[in-house]
Design a protein. Structure first.
Length: 113
């Protein structure tokens, strides 16, 4: 938790055991969204649909890069980011070429691109 929200805030929460409300959790970085009461499920489903619509290979590689970088020195993390980024670009290029070969993007047909 100290890595996520800082030593001082983490120690406050750890030592006191006090409850942290939604707005405070948001300000600490423990939450990245706060939604109105009763809308959590519908908002989570909207987020899931948004994430599912993105290029999955790129998203998986971005997640891997973000998670692994903590265990790497900065220069290694930057090299890894570049390598995995190239992998994402290759995956996107293949799927884009396949869509183009299938007729998407030709004669103004950009549906579902």
């Amino acid at each position: 938790m100290p890595r996520l929200i800082g030593q001082s805030r983490a120690m406050d929460m750890i030592l006191t055991g006090r409850a942290v409300g939604a707005e405070e959790a948001l300000s600490f970085g423990l939450a990245n969204r706060v939604v109105p009461t009763g809308t959590a499920l519908s908002e989570a489903l909207k987020l899931a649909e948004q994430l599912a619509s993105l290029p999955q290979a790129c998203m998986r590689n971005d997640r891997i890069s973000a998670m692994r970088q903590w265990a790497m020195p900065s220069n290694e993390a930057l090299i890894f980011e570049a390598e995995i980024g190239r992998e994402s670009l290759r995956a996107g290029a293949r799927s884009g070429a396949a869509r183009f070969a299938g007729g998407k993007g030709r004669s103004g047909d950009f549906g579902d691109i």
